[in-house]
Design a protein around this ligand. Structure first.
Ligand code: R5P
Length: 296
């Protein structure tokens, strides 16, 4: 372990320089991966825009039945046409998602905490790689708790998932957790995302923050931005726009889609930003036009 005394603050992120090892394949950090990994990543990131709209509906794994997700069997089929990736648990995916859909699958593979606990940071790796393969998962999502009580076990979960994923060519998505006691500063997100990148994840899911372009520049793999609590639609669209315009390769939104009064229209508006270079204002105009049309 290096002596921490005298460590200098990182500052040379060269945010105007594109990632240097991208020749040959369009997904950041995946140039030297094998065909199977690349195929799965291509199921996640659109080959034309390079980006993805993930729809997160894994909340039940620690929150139980969540407002808007009471009936996954009714909700998910309505959203499938408008998103790129379904992010859920194996229970929800197997029971409620039609297998004939062609969208990518981000399989939540960690578990072990619930919202009745004070400390959510202790989880286990709950899904075996063989079941992830049986479910045709395009990536396995592992929650990681940097700086929390459960950091060691969550990084152990992550490392074991990455090891199994490398063996069978299934990518791993490291998910940066935030908790009551954890910072939401760019300093924290720089630390957490870089640790995940160095440990070998293929995708990082994290939160938007100031100096986000530096986090993107220092990450060796694509970043998708988490949605978080329900915001008014213009603010959620601004979050998506800020994320994409500062270098994210997608968003992974749950409540800002399924708790919207117009979930399918919201998913489409987000897709306009992620794939078609709409600004948040243009996307909101699209949203309003579609709502007006629907209510005629
Ligand atoms: C967090 O990492 C979990 O995957 C959440 O269940 C999910 O991301 C929450 O989505 P949102 O915050 O956009 O509702």
């Amino acid at each position: 372990m290096a002596d921490l005394e005298g460590v200098k603050i990182a500052k040379n992120y060269h945010t105007d320089e594109p990632f240097a090892n991208n020749k040959g394949f369009y997904i950041k950090g995946a140039n030297h991966l094998d065909w199977g990994m690349k195929k799965h990543l291509s199921n996640i990131f659109n080959p034309v825009s390079g980006n993805t709209v993930m729809f997160a509906f894994d909340h039940g794994y620690f929150m139980g039945s969540t407002a808007g997700l009471e009936r996954l069997d009714l909700l998910i089929p309505t959203l499938i046409p408008y998103i790129d990736v379904l992010m859920g648990t194996r229970g929800a995916l197997r029971a409620c998602v039609p297998p004939e859909n062609k969208k990518g699958i981000a399989l939540r593979v960690t578990s072990g905490s619930s919202m009745v606990q004070d400390d959510l940071s202790h989880e286990v790796l709950a899904v075996d790689i063989k079941d992830a393969i049986r479910m045709n998962a395009d990536c396995m999502a592992v929650q990681t708790f940097i700086g929390a009580d459960g950091q060691l076990s969550s990084l152990d979960n992550l490392s074991r998932c990455i090891n199994a994923g490398i063996e069978y060519s299934v990518p791993t998505m490291g998910v940066v957790a935030v908790g009551k006691q954890m910072e939401r500063t760019d300093r924290f997100f720089k630390l957490a995302t870089r640790i995940l990148g160095e440990l070998g994840v293929n995708i990082i899911k994290t939160y938007y923050c100031e100096n986000f372009e530096e986090i993107v520049a220092a990450s060796p793999v694509p970043i998708v931005v988490a949605g978080g609590k329900k915001l008014p639609e213009p603010e959620a669209l601004k979050l998506a726009y800020d994320s994409i315009s500062h270098g994210a390769n997608g968003v992974d939104m749950g409540r800002n889609i399924f708790q919207s009064n117009h979930a399918t229209i919201m998913a489409q508006a987000i897709g306009k930003i992620v794939h078609e270079k709409y600004t948040d204002k243009e996307a909101y105009e699209f949203y309003q036009d579609m709502v007006n049309e629907e209510e005629k």
